[in-house]
Structure formats: structure tokens, C-alpha cells
Design a protein around this ligand. Structure first.
Ligand SMILES: Nc1ncnc2c1ncn2[C@@H]1O[C@H](COP(=O)(O)OP(=O)(O)OP(=O)(O)O)[C@@H](O)[C@H]1O
Ligand SMILES: [Mg+2]
Length: 496
């Protein structure tokens, strides 16, 4: 027999450590019987010796080879065992009579695995392979620290026995098992629940944000370029290590409020199945807090710093080139060190996203080429974006009012969030579109008033003066709201 394990850090390396001998299905049945009897009367050590001698004896006549894949190796989990368990859940055939079913907290789907003694027959490139889940009870002795006495308990030990013709040994080790590992990784990805970590919440919450690249209204060319960029990024592990670059990518999302920057981050996380870390810089006391936070973040994650222009005092950069431990705030230099230095040297497959409403207010150091890999402009709604929203909200691809609306959208600066809000008011397409036209016309009128030159005092009557003042308030009101909104944001945690 052949025993197989893979430590978490060296999953691709198959370590073999026990004797290599042949085994037949018949032998297995005999051995199982012998084991049942010996379990009751013979000490464990003797059982092991007996069992290996018998296997060696019968194995010589067999053309079958069995790999033993133990659940754990000492204190470490065996990644091949875990991969096999997941893989076999997709290979359940009608011949199987017993299944184990469970559901972890927060998981969307049930997990189904075979029960002990059950066999799954699999085929792969002309080979036939039989998996069997075997369990044995082992005595474990542990020290009870309270009483100072040793206690003995029986623990169930699980392993998979994978049997196939001896001639396929190399093919199974070099092709089939890597295939099982690959498949299990893909299954894990589809089952993965994306987490949102934030400073204010002790535990991560499940990110249940419905935003995807399909539902996002943005320039189609830019959208595709971003998807391609993400695809390239996740495929390039070898490339990054070959050129000696950290496996990281940075994106700066900029544009007015309500154009979909946060929605885009959620879409990226849903697409890549990466967790999100919402880094509220305003709630961090110092650069060392930032460093601590960084170390606690996991791989395959997106670190988000929203409203970078509001979160950090840009003048702080003058405080010096390195970390300023005494400063009570996170400084820009601390952040830049974080982006280029510390962050780059720990962890893999990470993305960092900065968002801002005012790119022009950012320190040039943040915009320098190479710091953020891609600058993405989230703009006001375009006619193409409008069609995506109309389909998302009203399930329509065309309508007699589309031309009129598209013309208005070209003339008026309207955000996807504003249009989405109008669409929420009715499920009836005619009503919703009419409402949107009214909204766009009002907005157009207001914009025109704002653009009118100011009227000299004294040359106009009272009524007109009041009207002029009112429209000025409308024009500035929007901006004021945005600033207030951002100020509030600094206090309360943003929810995606
Ligand atoms: N491009 C878009 N595509 C689809 N829906 C959008 C888009 N932009 C905004 N929305 C809708 O408007 C809501 C608010 O958008 P979002 O929070 O993503 O904007 P934002 O750019 O992050 O704004 P802020 O600058 O205020 O943070 C979203 O939940 C979504 O319903
Ligand atoms: Mg946002």
C-alpha cells in the first residue's frame, strides 16, 4: 500500500512515507474481517504489524495498488484528503447507499459526502479507480491539565483508500490526483461565501451584495478592459514571481457620488470570489494600527479605502518619509509605505482599491504611474448604461420612449443612482419611464438656470431676484449635500 499526504504549504508535493506493497480487493475484504476480530482482542501495535504482513503476503499476487490518503498527518490537515472529500461529493452514483449531509453556518448549500464503508467508482482517461472511505478507531492519550492525570479516549480516524491497476501508478500520481485537487478548488470557489470585514464589526459578515458586472451600468469598453485585467491578474502567479513583482494590483475608482464605485467593488468581489476588507482610515489612530490591520488581512482579498480624499490629511505627508508613530492619525506617507512597501511584501493575490469623488484633490504621489495600476473613471449615465438599468429594473430592452430619454441623458448629467431611484418607484415600465422623463426635464431646467449669468443687483424686480437666489441655492444645494454625506461617512461605517 501507498500512503499519501499533502501539507497545507506544500500541497503540490506528494510526500510518500510508508511501505509500498500491492493490495487486492479480496485482500481488503479479508483484512477488514481480520481487523474487526483483532480490534477486540489484540493490542493496536500488534494489529498494525499483523495487518502489514498480511497485506504484503497477499499483495504480491495482485495487480491492484491502493493509495492511503489519511485525513490528517499529526496536527496538520491533509489537503489531498480534503480535496478528495469535496471532489467525491460530485461523483455520487446511484449505487451509493449512505451519504453524510451537513450545512455549516452561513453556507448557502448543503455539503454531501460518502459515509464510511461506501465506495465510489470513478473513471479518468481510460482508468477505473475505486475510492473507499475507511474509518478506524484509535486510542489517544492526553494529559488532563486540571487533574494532572493522563486520560485515554478513542478517536475516529478517517482515510480514503484509492485502488486502481498498478500500471497506472504514475498517471494517478501525476495527472489524476492533481486533477482532483484542481476540481476541488473550483468547487470550493463556487461554494465560497464572500465576507466583508470591517474595523467596527468584530466578526466578518457575509457580503450579500447583488452587484455583478452584468448589472453594472458603465462604459462597456472600460468594463471589458477591467474584466480582462482581473482575469490576467489571477492567472499570473508564475509571471509575478518570475519578474520579481509582488502579486498585487491597485485600482483607483473616481467619479461623482452615485456613479457605482462601491457597486463596482462588490461586482469585483463577486466575480473573483475575493473577500473585502473595508479599511476605515478615519477610525485608525495611527500608522501602526494600519500596519496591524494589514497583517491580519487574508490572501485573495480586496482592501478598500473609500473616499481617500476625506480619509487622510494630505498635508501630513510633510511629517516625514516614514511612519510617524507619534502622530495620532494615519498619514499619507504611512499609506504610501503601506501600498509600496509593507503591503507588497506580505500576502498573495491581493487587490487594493481607492475611491474618490475628486481625483484632482489627490496628492500627486498617489496618482504617480505604477502606484495604482488602473485609474477607472465612473462617469454620469450614458445611453448604453441607461439600457442596462432599464433591463435590470424593468426587464425591458426597448420602448418607444427610449429615444427621447437617451437624448435627455446626453444633455443632462444624471447618475445611475438617480435613475435607479426613479425606476424603484414603479414596476410598470410606462409609469417608470414617464417619471424618469419628468425627472430629467426638471434636472435639465435646473441646470440651465444654474448656468445663466448672475443678475446685477438693482436691475431686477424682487420676484426675479428671489427666483435667482432660489435657483442658486438649488445649484449649490446638491454639492453641499454631497459634502455633508461624506462627513457623515467618516463617522459611520459604510455599508456596501
Ligand atoms: N453604475 C451603476 N450601475 C448600476 N447601478 C448603479 C450604478 N451606480 C449606482 N448605482 C445604484 O446606485 C446605488 C449607489 O451607488 P454606489 O454606492 O455604488 O455609488 P458610489 O459611486 O459608490 O457613490 P459614493 O461616491 O457616494 O460612494 C447602488 O446601490 C446602485 O443601486
Ligand atoms: Mg461609494
Amino acid at each position: 500500500m501507498f500512503s499519501l499526504s499533502s501539507m497545507p504549504s506544500t500541497s503540490s508535493v506528494l510526500s510518500t512515507y510508508t511501505t509500498f506493497a500491492a493490495s487486492a480487493m479480496l485482500v481488503r475484504t479479508i483484512l477488514n474481517e481480520v481487523q474487526t476480530i483483532t480490534n477486540q482482542f489484540i493490542p493496536q501495535k500488534l494489529q498494525d504489524i499483523l495487518s502489514s504482513k498480511l497485506e504484503g503476503l497477499f499483495g504480491k499476487f495482485s495487480d491492484q495498488l491502493t493509495l492511503i490518503i489519511e485525513q490528517s498527518e499529526g496536527f496538520s490537515v491533509n489537503e489531498i484528503y480534503q480535496a478528495a472529500e469535496l471532489y467525491l461529493s460530485t461523483r455520487i452514483t446511484p449505487s451509493i447507499q449512505q451519504l453524510r449531509v451537513s450545512q455549516a453556518p452561513g453556507e448557502k448549500s448543503l455539503s454531501v459526502t460518502i459515509n464510511k464503508g461506501q465506495k465510489v467508482v470513478d473513471t479518468f482517461e481510460g482508468m477505473q479507480l475505486t475510492w473507499e472511505l475507511v474509518t478506524s478507531e484509535k486510542q489517544k492519550t492526553s494529559l488532563d491539565y486540571d487533574s494532572g492525570l493522563y486520560a485515554s479516549e478513542t478517536a475516529e480516524h478517517k482515510s480514503f483508500h484509492l485502488s486502481f491497476s498498478k500500471i497506472f501508478k504514475d498517471k494517478v500520481l501525476n495527472k489524476y490526483l492533481p486533477y482532483v485537487a484542481e476540481r476541488s478548488k473550483a468547487i470550493k470557489e463556487t461554494k465560497k461565501v464572500i465576507k466583508l470585514y470591517s474595523l467596527c464589526a468584530a466578526d466578518a459578515i457575509n457580503l450579500d451584495h447583488p452587484s455583478t458586472f452584468d448589472t453594472l451600468a458603465m462604459d462597456p469598453v472600460l468594463k471589458q478592459a477591467l474584466i480582462d485585467d482581473l482575469d490576467r491578474f489571477v492567472k499570473r502567479r508564475e509571471f509575478y514571481s518570475r519578474v520579481g513583482k509582488a502579486w498585487k494590483r491597485g485600482y483607483l475608482l473616481y467619479g461623482p457620488p452615485g456613479t457605482g464605485k462601491s457597486s463596482l467593488i462588490a461586482a469585483m468581489a463577486n466575480y473573483l470570489k475575493f473577500d473585502i476588507y473595508d479599511m476605515e482610515l478615519a477610525s485608525l489612530r495611527s500608522n501602526s494600527d494600519l500596519r496591524r490591520l494589514l497583517v491580519s488581512t487574508g490572501n485573495r482579498s480586496i482592501l478598500v479605502i473609500e473616499d481617500i480624499d476625506c480619509s487622510i490629511e494630505l498635508e501630513n505627508r510633510q511629517c516625514g518619509g516614514g511612519y510617524d508613530e507619534n502622530n495620532s492619525q494615519v498619514t499619507l506617507s504611512g499609506l504610501l509605505n503601506f501600498v509600496d512597501g509593507l503591503w507588497s511584501s506580505c500576502g498573495d493575490e491581493r487587490i487594493i482599491v481607492f475611491t474618490t469623488n475628486y481625483k484632482e484633490r489627490l496628492d500627486p504621489a498617489l496618482l504617480r504611474p505604477g502606484r495604482m495600476d488602473m485609474h477607472i473613471h465612473m462617469s454620469y449615465l450614458t445611453p448604453g448604461g441607461f439600457k442596462i438599468l432599464a433591463f435590470n429594473y424593468l426587464k425591458i430592452k426597448s420602448h418607444s420612449m427610449f429615444d427621447e430619454i437617451e437624448e435627455l441623458i446626453k444633455e443632462v448629467e444624471v447618475t445611475p443612482a438617480e435613475v435607479a431611484e426613479e425606476f424603484m418607484k414603479s414596476e410598470d415600465a410606462d409609469v417608470a419611464l414617464n417619471g424618469l422623463v419628468d425627472f430629467l426635464l426638471r434636472k435639465k431646467e435646473q441646470t440651465m438656470k444654474c448656468e445663466e449669468p448672475k443678475v446685477d443687483e438693482g436691475t431686477q424686480g424682487n420676484e426675479e431676484e428671489n427666483e435667482s437666489l432660489k435657483s442658486e441655492e438649488d445649484c449649490t444645494g446638491q454639492k453641499r449635500n454631497n459634502v455633508n454625506k461624506k462627513k457623515k461617512k467618516k463617522k459611520k461605517l459604510k455599508s456596501f
